[in-house]
Write a protein that binds this ligand. Structure first.
Ligand SMILES: O=P(O)(O)OC[C@H]1O[C@H](O)[C@H](O)[C@@H](O)[C@@H]1O
Length: 433
């Protein structure tokens, strides 16, 4: 992954960071890097995620999925960090796989039913993922999926792989039914776990190259140095932080590839849940090039100066020519391809923001493949860890999310949680028709 931060310099954009201010920030980056390296060396909670390129064992993952390696469809049951990393990988590489990957990361009843309908259950694998093993949505959906298999007379125990922590209800269930199971590595929070079994079981069932994913990530790891001027991941994390300090409270992630739309979702969780602490953090927004040029771009170019726009350039892709036409005004299209049109729109949009003095950064991939994806995921995680150090917050906890989880369980009678009391205390000002 390469990163181009030129359009976020103060000479181009407002808010923007001057070269001098980046030189000064680089001293903090050097300190933060030392802290990060120490955390990695001691396998501290969270920092350990940056060791995954060396720690994850592709053979172990492949062995666990072996019984369902030929599955026509894969249902992954998980939520948040236990779904989005896997979905980012399999959605980005869907064209390369014959396995249909379905993700149940919501409990909207109609949506769940629609997703399960019509699947060839005899040829479908189930991938249940929950670090804690207690997440209500995941456990509930798993019970629904099991029920659907049982109703169809298909033995779900033959087709299920579990990835969870050392202990907990899901671990007990895996043991009771003797299911192939993998462990969420210690010290790796869900949103940083894409490059472990959490994200890679689905990739393995879909036949993707696990080694290449890890090699891409390892190359990014190698580039972690003490200076933002030498390290793309740190350049991104430092610039995003610097811009937030100057008023860019929103970070709009805009990949220019349909296949990377889920990546923007993954990034939103990473950035929001990691950095949204102590009244700090940058709000992630999601958009898709070129589609959202025709919806959100107006705001990004002419609305409040509170945004950084992060483009992702997918590099080389399959192309398709645009057929000739005898309509004179459209003749220019006939000389081009859809890929050239996309590329021209990307560059034009980037330039249009720069011309209006709106900060934007470009993440460049060579192409969308396992190696580049591994690098992108790892690079964004390292950028996030660096930003967390610069903010001075705990990047790896998520107490605000835990609060709502407890309130939900309390409401459903799953234990005594004082958080549930707040629901009854809601202030109402209802306007009725
Ligand atoms: O993997 P689980 O324990 O089921 O957790 C799934 C998700 O739950 C919560 O929402 C956390 O805030 C997320 O970070 C986590 O990824």
């Amino acid at each position: 992954m390469n990163v181009d931060i030129g359009n976020a310099l103060a000479s181009v954009a407002s808010p923007g960071a001057s070269r001098d201010s980046l030189e000064r920030l680089d001293e903090q980056v050097a300190d933060a890097h030392e802290r990060i390296v120490a955390g990695m060396e001691h396998s501290e909670h969270g920092y350990e995620a940056l060791n995954l390129p060396e720690r994850t064992d592709p053979d172990e993952i492949r062995a666990a999925v072996e019984p369902v390696a030929d599955a026509e469809a894969l249902i992954t049951v998980g939520i948040g960090g236990s779904a989005l990393g896997a979905a980012t990988i399999t959605d980005a590489l869907a064209d390369e796989s014959d396995t249909e990957a379905v993700y149940l990361d919501n409990v909207d009843p109609k949506w769940v039913s629609n997703h399960l309908e019509g699947l060839p259950l005899e040829e479908t694998a189930i991938n249940v993922v929950s670090r804690s093993g207690t997440t209500a949505e995941t456990l509930a959906n798993f019970l629904v999926v099991r029920d659907v298999f049982e109703a169809a007379g298909v033995d779900w125990t033959e087709r299920t792989i579990v990835t969870t922590g050392e202990s907990g209800p899901l671990r007990n269930l895996a043991d009771r039914h003797d299911l192939p199971s993998l462990k969420v590595p210690d010290g790796v929070p869900g949103r940083f776990s894409a490059l472990s079994a959490v994200g890679m079981v689905a990739a393995a069932v879909c036949g993707h190259d696990l080694e290449a994913l890890l090699e891409g990530a390892a190359a990014e790891r190698e580039s972690l140095t003490g200076s933002l001027f030498d390290c793309p991941a740190y350049a991104y994390g430092a610039m995003a932080y610097a811009l937030d300090q100057r008023g860019a409270a929103v970070n709009a992630m805009v990949p220019y590839a349909e296949s990377l739309e889920t990546f923007a979702e993954w990034f939103a969780q990473l950035w929001a849940e990691s950095l949204g602490k102590d009244d700090l953090g940058q709000t992630p927004a999601r958009a898709l090039g070129v589609t959202d040029q025709h919806s959100q771009l107006q705001l990004y170019r002419a609305g409040p100066r509170d945004k950084l726009v992060t483009f992702v350039s997918p590099g080389e892709t399959d192309d398709r020519s645009i057929p000739d036409t005898d309509v004179d005004e459209l003749a220019y299209l006939g000389d081009a391809t859809l890929g050239e049109l996309l590329e021209a729109e990307f560059e034009a949009t980037e330039a249009s923001l720069a011309a209006a003095g709106r900060p934007n950064v470009r993440l460049e991939l060579e192409t969308v493949d396992e190696y580049e994806l591994g690098g992108l995921l790892y690079g964004m995680e390292a950028a996030c860890v660096l930003a967390g150090e610069l903010y001075g917050i705990n990047t790896f906890e998520q107490p605000a999310v835990e609060w709502a989880k407890k309130a939900t369980r309390g409401l459903l009678g799953g234990g005594n949680f004082e958080e549930a009391d707040a629901v009854a205390e809601k202030t109402e000002l209802r306007i009725e028709r």
